[in-house]
Every structure is written in C-alpha cells, then in structure tokens.
Design a protein around this ligand. Structure first.
Ligand SMILES: Cc1cc2nc3c(=O)[nH]c(=O)nc-3n(C[C@H](O)[C@H](O)[C@H](O)COP(=O)(O)OP(=O)(O)OC[C@H]3O[C@@H](n4cnc5c(N)ncnc54)[C@H](O)[C@@H]3O)c2cc1C
Length: 245
C-alpha cells in the first residue's frame, strides 16, 4: 500500500478537479490524491457532442487545465487506473492496477456512465458518447456513415443528430416524445426545435420506443421500434441517458 493521503478524490472529471482546486484555494495544505480511470488530464464534456464531434476542436482544447496548472496544485495525480472497491472501515480504495490507496477522507466524484440498453448493445457500429475516446471513435465512423440513427430524443440525442447532419450523413432521430427535448423545453419550444431539425434535414421519428437492433455479421443494419418497421442504419448512437458510475 502506498503511504496514505489526507484526502483521496475518486473521479477526475470537472467535479473531482474542482474539489482539489477548492481545497487548495481555501488554504488546505494536506496531501491530496486525485484518481481517475481515464488516461489523460481532466477535460470538459460539453464540447464532445459539438466541436469535437464536428472536428472543429482537437482533444487538447477540451482540457480543463494545462499540465503546469495541475502541477501547481501540488497533488498526486493517478490517471488511467479505475477504483474497483472501497473498504470503508480502513478508508482504502482498491484499484484495477492492484494499488491500495488509503486516506483520512475519501471524496467520490465518479459522475455518470452512458446508460446502455440490453437491446441496443453488442454490435459493431453502435456507439455511446461520454468520453473523448467515444467521441474520436464516433467521429471516425460518422465520416464514413450514410444512414445514422440516433436513439434518444433528450439533449444529447438532439445535439448528436444536429452535429451528424452537419457532417453530411442522413440522420434519423428517434425517441418516445412528441418532439425532441420536450421534457426539458415544454411542448411549444420543443415543437420549434423539431421544426429546426427538419429544416436542417434531420428526419424525426417521434413517439418511437426502440427495443432492439437488427444486425448482419455482427454489424448493425437497423433499429427496431416496439411498433412499426425497422429503421435502416449503418451507424447507431444510443443516447438514452446516464447511470451513476
Ligand atoms: C457529450 C456530452 C455533452 C454534454 N454537454 C453539456 C452541455 O452542453 N451543458 C451542460 O451543462 N452539461 C453538459 N454535459 C454534462 C456535463 O458534462 C456533466 O454534468 C459533467 O461532466 C459532470 O461532471 P462530473 O465531474 O460530476 O462527472 P463526470 O464528468 O462523469 O466525471 C467523473 C469522472 O470519474 C471517472 N470515474 C468514474 N468511475 C471511476 C472509477 N471507478 N475510478 C476512477 N475514476 C472513475 C470518470 O472516468 C470521469 O472522468 C454533457 C455531457 C456529455 C457526456
């Protein structure tokens, strides 16, 4: 076991980094460790579905702080290792690499993972978007795709559909609501958003609950709504919300 920290923050997203920065800003001098499962420095997720997917920003532009600024926090950064278990009695976190990180205080800031529906996983050509790696993979395939179906008519689904359309694909946005983002915007504004999507060439499939994929040779060929005909696709993005990591 490495020597114990005073504070261990698990999760190196915006929240985890903010904890470290706030402690230092308020004069805390103890030893701090920030543990994150992704290999790189903390980054901002909002540009992933917009500038990064569209290719107008490179990955570095999303970084929340430069390496120099991180170093000035005088914390230990452990990136690329995943916390597997917390032993609350000994205040020790066990990680995937076999490390045991003990601390006086442990902050859990592990955020969300993309929710994956059982019927919408397990085939090539099916994507979620939560990380920089997801964005790079999705962008790579979007550049080659003809028929894209985005499943999920919330904020993320609406953004991905708009960006994919800008990239030139034929895009269908399918979800259970009468109009995209209706839960967030209400009926009237969501109707205007739907009109804007249509004006830009996005095909909308409202009132559509998708339950399964059609595949051939392990690759997606379409999505199957609970009722109605299969919607053909060579690329599917599942944007059906997040679950606590
Ligand atoms: C594509 C996309 C677009 C978005 N756009 C917007 C927007 O336009 N406006 C807006 O307000 N919000 C947007 N959001 C939401 C916003 O990004 C989140 O609210 C924000 O990321 C929450 O930060 P967080 O640090 O709490 O969690 P997260 O960003 O989820 O960070 C948690 C970190 O913990 C790490 N972690 C998880 N489990 C472990 C483990 N076991 N061990 C070690 N590390 C672990 C993860 O790798 C991650 O780096 C968007 C999100 C996405 C995915």
């Amino acid at each position: 076991m490495s020597s114990p920290s005073d504070v261990l923050v698990v999760g190196a997203g915006a929240a985890g980094l903010a904890v470290v920065e706030s402690l230092r800003r308020k004069g805390y001098r103890g030893q701090i460790t920030l543990l994150g499962e992704e290999a790189g420095v903390p980054y901002d997720r909002p540009p992933l579905s917009k500038q990064v997917l569209a290719g107008t920003w490179d990955a570095e532009r999303t970084h929340l702080r430069t390496r120099d600024v991180l170093d000035s926090l005088d914390a230990e950064f452990v990136f690329g290792d995943r916390a597997l278990a917390l032993d609350a009695a000994t205040r020790t976190v066990h990680t995937e690499s076999g490390a045991e990180l003990a601390a006086e205080a442990i902050v859990l800031a592990t955020g969300l993972h993309a929710r994956r529906l059982p019927g919408l996983s397990g085939a090539a050509g099916v994507h979620v978007l939560r990380t920089l790696d997801d964005a790079a993979r999705l962008r790579g395939e979007l550049l080659e795709a003809d028929r894209v179906v985005v499943v999920g008519d919330g904020v993320l689904g609406a953004e991905i559909a708009a960006t994919a359309r800008l990239m030139g694909a034929t895009v269908t946005l399918a979800g259970p609501q009468a109009a995209p983002m209706q839960a967030q915007l209400g009926h009237e504004i969501a109707r205007l958003l739907a009109a804007l999507h249509i004006e830009h060439g996005v095909r909308l499939r409202p009132d559509t609950l998708v339950e399964a994929l059609d595949t051939a040779d392990g690759r997606v060929t379409g999505v199957r709504p609970v009722d109605g005909a299969t919607i053909p696709a060579d690329l599917v993005v599942s944007a059906v919300g997040g679950a606590p990591a």
